[in-house]
Design a protein around this ligand. Sequence first.
Ligand SMILES: N[C@@H](CCC(=O)N[C@@H](CS)C(=O)NCC(=O)O)C(=O)O
Length: 393
Amino acid sequence: MASEENNVAAESKAAEPAKPAEAPQDNKAEVEAAPAAPAPAPAAEEAKEEPKKEEAAPPAPPKPTVHKPNFEEDVVYLYQFSRTPVLPSLSSFCLKVETWLRLAGIKYENVDHKLKFRSKKGQLPFIELNGEEIADSSIIIKELATRFEKDLDKDLDNDQKNVAYALTSMIENHLLWVVMWWRTKFTDDVIRGYHVSLQHQLGSKLPNGLLNFFFKFTYGRKGAKKVKAQGMGVHKQEEIDEFGRRDLKVLSEKLGDKPFFFGDDPTSLDVVAFANLAQVYFIDKEVSYPLRDFMQESCANLVGLVNRMKERCFPDWEDMCKNLDMNSHLPKPPPEEKEKEKEGKEEKEKEADKENEKEKEGEKDKEIEKLEKEDKEAEKTIEENKSKEEAAK
Ligand SMILES: N[C@@H](CCC(=O)N[C@@H](CS)C(=O)NCC(=O)O)C(=O)O
């Protein structure tokens, strides 16, 4: 455990940007300064010499294909959502990758991008490793397990591997949609239950009230469409609740009284189960959520699993959630450096603020315009649906 924590807290200082090759002009000057012939040519002859053709400029370095070109070799740069006060990530796929990285003891750093980036596949999480992007939680884990020789499932037999595969599939292709359905239907409860600050999540300065409204109409509406298209959303609430309970019961029975699904050590199935069950379990008790209550009342061993995984992989959980710190696992700079860093940062921020004030005003107007457009569209759709319903009557 201690060694895992050490691994988790592995130092991850970004490398100095690669130094450019030595200035070509300087080299050229040196070469030309060195006499080619023992006797220097007379000045007149020198004047007659053809003017030397200018050497072709060195080819421009290839454009970086990653967001973090000054990467450190073999450090994983993880792009995910921002923290929340109750849970490191509201995305089970992101939490899965971070949990796995910690269990495997791989050096990683979260890139605090405030939801600016998506993978080339259009989603989060994705990672960058040695200048290469890898997307999709399962593909990331498979690739990293191979490249770093850290297979958490290496001691499982074939049958156990098949069970893990089937249960992972149940969690990610069924239970996850049960949770998604709830989230898109009860958006206010999502914001209250996970104490979400959209200002923080989006790095926006717009008022939270306006952002919440936006969240309701975009995440709620678009999400509900996805949940319907996937198939879960066509069912009645009580049917979906029953699906959720059934999934939890299967997991609970499969776990039994073992600390982890396949014994004393966690494997990738424990990672997936944790990343998804945490989404259910850590919702603020103030918010009513029947699936969480069922888990607490009827699947005590799953609660135990969640807490064991949390303690083992996230000893810094409180810190990361309280301070919304993306990199609480990394050593902090000493206080005086931190102070200087803070001062420098504040100074830069002030300057940037001044310079961008006008620009931001423009962006703000655009954002509001966009929200208003979304709102109008939503209202139009509601009106259209109402008319259709009325016509059908
Ligand atoms: N199969 C993907 C699923 C990832 C996924 O669904 N990501 C969602 C968030 S949980 C996403 O990025 N949606 C688009 C968005 O939020 O812009 C994985 O395992 O990584």
